[in-house]
Design a protein around this ligand. Sequence first.
Ligand code: S3P
Length: 443
Amino acid sequence: IVIKKKIKSFDKKIKVGTDKSISIRSILLASQAVGTSKISNLLESEDVLNSLKTIKKLGINYKKKNKIYYIKGFGLNGFDIKKNTTINAGNSGTLARLILGLLVKSKFIVKMKGDKSLSRRDFSRVINPLRLFGVNIKSKNNSLPIEIIGTKFLRPITYNESIGSAQVKSCIILSALNTAGTTIINSKPSRNHTELMLKSFNYPIKVQKKGQIDKIFIDGLKQFKSFEYKVPGDISSASFFIVLTLLSKKSKIIIEGVNVNKSRDGIIQILNRMGAKIKVKNKKFYKGEEVADIYVKSIKKLNSINCPSKFNSSAIDEFLIIFLVAAKANGVSKFKDLGEMNKKESKRLDLAVKFLRLIGIKVERFRNNINIHGNPEITLSKNFEIMNHLKDHRIFFLSCIAALTLGGKWKINEKKSANTSFPDFLKILKFLGATINWKEERI
Ligand code: S3P
């Protein structure tokens, strides 16, 4: 796409795509429930559609009627796995890592592959705990393709999850569902949708806060009944519109029905510390999740931040766009211990540094810490081209927001990557008044 103009002021109410993490979890858990679950507002993005295809390959049927997905499960370990099954997780780390937890009893080998981006990501983080359960896994260099074959002799484990990865934690929880006895995870806090969803089914899972650690107890082999779930809006998708509004002139936005679960709201905490005055209103609880409307106004003066690393997990997917705010803030912003960013769909920390330097921002990097020298007066007029080789959706969104708020003439490649998490992204930008040329064009 080509963007040649900043967005004009706007004052609008929008809804963003629904939550990707929750959509995937609702599908995987419905596949293990007894009976037909009913899921509405499921995000119809590629990662989520790949999750549906995956459970179908494993013998679980679903249908869509009047925008509602009906998924028929046969209880725990209710997959019907055929010989020589290969599943394709596409771009989705969440699908790939969580589904492994549900294959721990498979009688046949299941092979899993993924796209170029997923194939360079590390799976040792889930392979190691799964092997402790007794599962057999083959892989070269701990990456995809992986072959997994389950066992009848699963044993519960006690595991220290020290990365702060919800994907690892959830993989272990799902494996624990199929394992007799109590599995215990000492987990560095991370998004807790899997735990909340299981609790909402009255599944015997207990979480104790012990200082900086969540101690999670999961009793295995307890069947749970089919359920209804209405997926809320995704704060990770909302984040791009929050920043678009903040950095545009005289604009306002209300983003309705967004999940503001404390384990996900780091972006609001961080931006408000930078002076953003984002308001969260009409909070309601839904099956343990907090859902609310987010009110944002543009702001003239943004302060730099010395960002406490306690926000690293709850803003992990939002740092790219937070860095853009830091680029326009007054002073030097400091972020630390962000090595996990380089383990995402692309090496996001490396790319962020490159991106910020490309737009003329001074950045110092020491290992996984960066200092961003903000420039409140920044306006761009040059030509920019963003290549996005690994088709990382969030690099695409970041580039669009930078183009619409800072100026310059931008050619941004890999528009299709938006389909991973937020297919309506460009449509909403247009609704807000952005001028975007869809055709390939020279700049
Ligand atoms: C996710 C967890 C996070 C996040 C990813 C989705 C999830 O990854 O970055 O986009 O749905 O559990 P990690 O758990 O590996 O940090």
